[in-house]
Design a protein around this ligand. Sequence first.
Ligand code: HEC
Ligand code: HEC
Length: 324
Amino acid sequence: MRHARVFAIAGLTVVITAAAYAAQTSGTPSISDEAPVVEETAIPVEDVTAADAEAPVREINLRATHWGDPIAGRDKAATCIACHSTDGNSVADIYPRTAGQSEIYMARQIALIATGQRTSGLSIAMLPFVSDMEAQDMRDLGAFFSRQRNVASGSADDTVITGGPYEGMKVYEVGQKLYRGGNKARNIPACIACHGPTGAGNPGAAYPRIGGQFASYTERRLQEYRTGVTEEKDPSFFNIMATVSHSLTDQEIEALSSYMQGLHNTAQDIALVASMKTAATPTAAPEATEPTPEPAPEPDSQPAPNADGSAAPDTPASPASQQS
Ligand code: HEC
Ligand code: HEC
């Protein structure tokens, strides 16, 4: 967790050109990830227009914002509905579910899409809705969606694999094994250490919710991380996942995505966490129980993270400490 903590602090400045569409053709951007950690309000967020030749670069500095206001976010979410549904429980798998997503993760992804640094999938379709937004709007939207109940009902694939290294296992079991225990010999960390036992993520450290997400979307995201190539000007967060997914096979990515789609905050999962906290190692966890589709509880109980994003409220102590 040592470097993860550093990344959580380093990755919050998104640098863009004023003309978002032309982001790739601009000159050298003034990347300011060396910015000192100061009081939230001390860094002014300057809007620089394209007409200002002296300063062609606009910065969306999320560190200059405060924790989002969900009520303000609700009012700004009207344009998101068409694709992500009123509460972030999108129905079509080309639109990722944003219900219960981490506030700061969301804000950062919106900023990346708004500035042309994230162009994956159909994100271009979303661009007009977010390109003029202020950094604080992004956090307010994140706060609104983070408080929506994720009612994912997807289930994991329990087809038995015939042939190959995982012969005889069910598809989701392959994902579950990696998710909970990783693979030390191949330098694959356990996903549970950062994304939590129920896939709810870790809002303080910008680890996204991945439980209940559409498998096809997750699969594509993992493939993108595995390439190690990104347009992001500060790829600290991207690189965490590039390292994680580096040696995953296609089959493992598919299995993980299936497992995560079936992962919800069920009573079974919660009992598992309790048992893992006292277990000696992550692999000492009880045998796999099939993830059951069930609505997740309100994420309202999550403690508010610190302004610097350093809180680690629901990372299970035992597996996390094995992963640094
Ligand atoms: C025209 C459809 C459309 C609209 C409107 C739209 N989005 Fe999106 N959004 C998408 C698509 C498509 C993606 C997935 C891009 C990809 O596949 O990588 C996405 C991705 C996202 C992500 C990243 C999710 C993740 O898990 O990484 C966030 C956050 C998001 N949208 C928030 C919003 C918000 C907030 C609004 C309203 C201000 C909005 N979107 C409006 C289509 C839309
Ligand atoms: C050290 C912490 C850490 C570990 C371990 C980790 N992740 Fe991540 N994961 C992150 C961070 C940080 C992000 C956000 C990256 C970004 O900003 O693009 C992320 C993003 C993701 C996303 C994209 C979510 C979205 O909504 O688009 C998926 C999918 C994902 N991780 C799956 C996994 C899987 C599967 C594993 C285990 C094989 C794993 N992660 C292990 C930290 C971690």
